[in-house]
Design a protein around this ligand. Structure first.
Ligand code: T46
Length: 134
């Protein structure tokens, strides 16, 4: 599995840092939705699903967390702890988010609007769908 992590350009000066993200230029898709999670309780694991079409970029803009990616053949754990790093998560990729620090804010840039029918929440169904794909 190839893990695609983006390192964004911080525009730093003596006031501090600013990161700007533009669709297509900095992000490989048009951004249709932004959401973020915060105040995640200790020991919580979120996710446990894949998407049929959705592509996303995950940025832990404050604090830290870990992402487990699983393409049906291989699993990888990717720590996110820098506000200028983004993890690309493609469709057909099982994801779990865990180990959130109490101050973690995980922001997600998404290629599609929210659509419950795009979720694959059953792990066996996910394995079947990726094996059919080849
Ligand atoms: C993903 C990972 C990284 C909405 O109403 N609109 C939205 O755009 C989203 C993302 C969620 N919701 C509602 C649906 C649920 O009632 O917010 C609630 C929590 O969503 P969910 O349990 O799906 O959250 P996670 O953290 O398990 O997964 C989320 C995204 O849903 C998912 O697409 O890839 O973050």
């Amino acid at each position: 599995m190839q893990v695609v992590k983006y390192v964004f350009q911080p525009h730093g000066d003596d006031r501090g840092q600013l990161v700007a993200l533009e669709e297509i230029k900095d992000i490989p898709f048009k951004i249709k939705r932004v959401y973020y999670m915060y105040d995640t309780k200790e020991g919580v694991v979120r996710g446990y699903h894949a998407h049929k079409n959705l592509q996303q970029i995950l940025v832990c803009i404050h604090g830290s967390c870990k992402i487990r990616l699983d393409d049906g053949k291989e699993k990888k754990i990717i720590p996110l702890e820098k506000p200028y790093e983004g993890l690309y998560v493609s469709n057909n990729m099982w994801r779990e988010m865990f180990d959130f620090s109490p101050d973690a804010v995980l922001m997600v840039l998404a290629s599609e609007l929210y659509d419950e029918s795009d979720y694959i929440r059953d792990y066996d169904e996910f394995l079947k769908s990726v094996s059919i794909e080849g």
